[in-house]
Design a protein around this ligand. Structure first.
Ligand code: NAP
Length: 487
């Protein structure tokens, strides 16, 4: 990238127009940073809710906790909101704050290089446009890069091949023989939505998962009217966040919460699946919580339908007609849906990001992504991650993590301005100490006991925050001045 070429000069560039990108933009406005641009690779606003428009997509935490503290939503129709409702919420937020005018939709950032002399990020977009910003915020989150399964011969399959996280809106699979690979949170929503419409559904399960009842309810006019009253909206958000926080205890061996959750899942399986062979096949082979717990009332019933088959024999390879399993059976399919999740170990791999001394982020993250409190990376000044490494949880709403991260990043930006400096970066020893303590806490935890998107192949747990949400908020909300160096 030619540093001498003309750049559009900005305060901040935000990569990603999902929940964290929108929150960052709104809070930047409140803090007086008006000069920013949001670059988004998709054609619309929404981030994960734009990508994951598969049938049945819903959030699996109660909607009051899936709203920002500064933007309660009186329009949720159910406790567990579906993807289109969430997108409408995002659209309204963006419109209310005039954000569409500051967006570059359908654009990717291919290169980002920190110019230490100027204290600015030089960014190159895929259309050749050049931006220059004091601060660069990557709000792409962990679940951004769809992961295709490593099945030999997948390219030979002649039917329709889809990934749940790249779902074309006009897809109609009615009357077809459909295969779904995967049995995670996504498949558990997709399978019940597809099962009634398709001619035959084969669900390819490699690992059975823990499924708990979803205590859903419709929100009536009274709920909506009450939510229009700010103290009520604040209270329900606070109350749900508290309930979810209590469930964090379920990940610790020997707690009553864990016993209760295990019993609830076992009885859910018993109640919903009468066939003993199917039930046996659905017993998870790993401890509760190691992978994300599924909350569903219609997944087990969808598997028990006569036209659904749970295939537990391993997939050997794909053929032109379908999938061949290890027992020698070929499963003929018209369409194959990969609900196989996300690559969480190579975030931001599409962008060449260079910090001080030309160091590449991909090199710094060779053993797996790591960041101080999931937000800042040593030698990458004026660079902030939203929903970065080790900030996911299995028990609560990501929005409860986004807001303090945004506060942290903006406080760092304000410090640079206030002190008249060019850049701020976390100190390497501080970041290393926080990471070591975190990995030590994660070693031997429930998350170390199975394969999941929380872990890299080398065993490092790259996604999970091991503690309670309140610990995270306390650690993050106000940056420790001693943790940062200024240049
Ligand atoms: P995931 O949890 O990573 O599940 C991927 C599934 O694909 C697993 O069952 C995995 O089996 C299977 N798989 C992968 N490669 C395979 C192969 N080669 N052969 C056979 N099976 C294969 O992905 P996800 O279901 O998309 O969910 C990811 C995360 O997104 C969730 O944990 C959640 O945080 C989020 N999400 C949230 C919601 C919501 O309600 N808010 C909805 C959907 C997703 P193994 O388990 O054996 O690896």
């Amino acid at each position: 990238m030619d540093p001498a070429a003309p750049h559009t000069e900005l305060d901040v560039v935000i990569l990603g127009a999902g929940m964290s990108g929108l929150c960052m933009a709104i809070q930047l406005q409140k803090a007086g940073f008006m000069d920013f641009v949001i670059v988004e690779k998709s054609a619309g606003i929404g981030g994960t809710w734009w990508d994951n428009r598969y049938p049945g997509a819903q959030v699996d935490v109660p909607a009051p906790a899936y709203s920002f503290s500064f933007a309660p939503n009186a329009d949720w129709t159910h406790r567990f909101a579906d993807a289109p409702e969430i997108q409408r919420y995002q659209q309204r937020l963006a419109q209310a704050h005039g954000l569409p005018a500051q967006m570059r939709l359908g654009r990717a950032i291919t290169q980002a290089r920190f110019d230490a002399g100027a204290g600015r990020w030089r960014l190159l977009l895929d259309n050749g446009e050049r931006l220059s910003a004091r601060f660069f915020v990557c709000s792409t989150g962990a679940l951004n890069r769809a992961r295709w399964p490593d099945i030999p011969g997948l390219a030979d399959f002649q039917g329709r091949l889809l990934h749940s996280a790249r779902w074309p809106t006009a897809t109609n699979l009615a009357g077809l023989r459909v295969g779904v690979i995967g049995t995670g949170s996504t498949a558990a929503q997709l399978v019940p939505a597809l099962a009634p419409a398709v001619a035959h559904l084969s669900v390819f399960q490699r690992t059975a998962n823990w499924v708990m009842p979803r205590v859903d309810r419709r929100y009536g006019r009274l709920d909506r009217w009450l939510t229009g009253w700010a103290p009520y909206a604040r209270f329900t958000r606070w109350a749900w966040a508290g309930v979810l926080e209590c469930s964090r205890r379920g990940f610790d061996e020997g707690t009553w919460t864990r016993r209760f959750m295990q019993a609830a899942a076992a009885s859910h399986l018993k109640r919903q699946v009468a066939d003993p062979t199917l039930r046996e096949a659905l017993v998870p082979p790993y401890p509760l919580g190691c992978k994300r717990i599924i909350f569903s009332n219609d997944y087990y019933p969808a598997l028990a339908r006569p036209q659904t088959e749970l295939v537990t024999a391993g997939i050997k390879r794909a053929t032109a007609r379908g999938l061949l399993t290890a027992d020698g059976r070929e499963h003929p399919l018209d369409a194959l849906v990969c609900a196989t999740g996300f690559d969480t170990t190579h975030p931001l791999a599409e962008t060449r990001i260079e910090g001080l001394g030309g160091q590449r982020l991909a090199d710094a993250w060779r053993d797996g992504p790591a960041a101080y409190l999931g937000i800042t990376v040593p030698r990458f000044p004026n660079f902030f991650l939203m929903l970065g490494p080790n900030t996911a949880t299995g028990h609560t709403s990501t929005l409860l993590y986004i807001e303090p991260q945004v506060q942290h990043a903006i406080a760092c930006m304000q410090r640079v301005q206030r002190e008249g400096r060019r850049w701020i970066a976390v100190k390497a020893d501080v970041a290393a100490a926080q990471d070591a303590a975190q990995q030590q806490r994660l070693a031997g935890s429930v998350w170390s006991q199975c394969r999941s998107w929380y872990r890299a192949e080398n065993g490092r747990i790259v996604a999970i925050w091991p503690g309670f949400t309140r610990d995270y908020v306390r650690a993050v909300r106000r940056p420790d001045p001693a943790a940062y160096a200024l240049g």
